[in-house]
Ligand binder design. Structure first.
Ligand code: GLA
Length: 401
């Protein structure tokens, strides 16, 4: 059927088209441009990963029990949906057809059965491989040269998330190796969250948004205060590149693994949340202390991470080891985190002019760790007393006149 517009009507049609294109909400337009074709990662991913606690000591029984615990503890209800198996799940040799083979001694029922189980609990299953000839443990094959075949295998098994590491990479640039898997995943026909793990080698924030849904900006985290803080700082440099569909990844959480104090873990979780980092729990969720639960279950802090605006916070002020981090949230609100990195107690203030609030605007402050709204309305700024290696986190709501 042919559709003709008479010449006389043409200017009117053009004007109507221009008006319509401007009527599209700006955020919706931005959102669409930023998303990979897989349409995943509108907010940072949440879940669990085996590496930080178990390293190579994994098997199907503990993955099942972890899925059970995610549901029974209530973590799943809070949004922690991905159960991600890291390195060491496959035999070192492929089969005669070149397919990956789940390790017979530890995953005898195979990955498909595990995916079915995890899905039956309303959760999603993630897996790990490498953009090289072997994975980093050296115990299983990487996907270099097998991208299409492995992506198809993952899709057939029902995989929902792929972490793609960078060992044994034959000296080939990540920008040549990672997009091959992006295309393979797209061809495999199942939406699979694609997590690039090239450790920040080639500034993946600059190109990752076209290739994956998240990208590691750092080398591996250790369960110490110094390591955790340095990952947060290295990751912050790329704040402007995070957006719905693609997130900076300063590595997985160490909360609950025992190397830091409770206050230090609160700083860790607050920093990851305000930085819009993936919230991938790295401890044994079958056996969590009350302190660990208090941290990982803090819905108010999780809500900052999952805010639909999707803007990563920045370190807006640093005085010695005293820091102010802040970033915008939806509804004209601001997330604020004040950290004392000193070895002694101290006080520190945040100024509205540093965090994008008009100095004369009164502000209501909600303390996200005390779970209470402060009685005073603050004008110009807010100051807090902090113990060594601790923080205060707030959501600030301006009182608009
Ligand atoms: C690399 C990654 C880690 C983990 C290990 C597994 O070091 O950065 O997160 O996946 O490999 O061997």
């Amino acid at each position: 059927m042919e559709f003709r517009v008479s010449k006389a009507l043409l200017p009117i049609v053009c004007i109507l088209l221009v008006i319509l294109s401007h009527a599209l909400p700006i955020s919706a337009a931005r959102h669409r441009r930023n998303m990979l074709a897989n349409d995943l990662g509108a907010t940072p991913p949440m879940g669990w990963n085996s590496w930080n606690h178990f390293f190579c000591d994994i098997d199907e029984e503990m993955v099942r029990a972890t899925a059970d615990a995610m549901v029974s503890t209530g973590l799943a209800n809070l949004g922690y949906k991905y159960i991600n198996i890291d390195d060491c799940w496959a035999e070192k040799e492929r089969d005669a057809k070149g397919n990956l083979v789940p390790k017979k001694s530890t995953f005898p029922s195979g990955i498909k059965a595990l995916a079915d189980y995890v899905h039956s609990k309303g959760l999603k299953l993630g897996i790990y491989t490498d953009a090289g000839t072997y994975t980093c443990s050296g115990t299983m094959p990487g996907a270099l040269g097998y991208e299409e075949q492995d992506a198809k295998t993952f899709a057939e098994w029902g995989i929902d998330y792929l972490k793609y590491d960078n060992c044994y990479n034959q000296g080939i640039n990540p920008t040549d190796r990672y997009p091959v898997m992006t295309r393979a995943l797209r061809n495999a026909g199942r939406p699979i969250f694609f997590s690039l793990c090239e450790w920040g080698d080639m500034h993946p924030a600059l190109w990752g948004y076209q290739v994956g849904n998240s990208w590691r900006t750092t080398s591996d985290i250790q369960d110490t205060w110094d390591s955790m803080m340095s990952k947060a700082f290295e990751n912050e440099v790329y704040a402007d590149y995070a957006r719905p569909g693609g997130w900076n990844d300063p590595d997985m959480l160490e909360v609950g693994n025992g190397g830091m104090t409770k206050n230090e873990y609160i700083v860790h979780f607050s920093l990851w949340a305000i930085s819009k980092a993936p919230l991938l729990i790295g401890c044994d969720v079958r056996d969590m202390s009350n302190d660990t639960k208090e941290i990982l279950f803090n819905k108010e802090v999780i809500d900052v991470n999952q805010d639909k605006l999707g803007v990563q916070a920045k370190r807006v002020r640093q005085e010695g080891d005293l820091q102010v981090w802040a970033g915008p949230l939806s509804g004209y609100r601001v997330a604020l985190l004040i950290i004392n990195g000193l070895n002694s107690a101290s006080s520190m203030g945040a100024k509205w002019e540093d965090i994008g609030l008009p100095p004369n605007t009164p502000v209501i402050a909600r303390d996200l760790w005390e779970h209470k709204t402060l009685e005073t309305q603050y004008v110009g700024g807010l100051s807090v007393d902090l113990e060594s290696h601790s923080c205060k986190m707030f959501v600030l709501t301006p009182v608009l006149s």
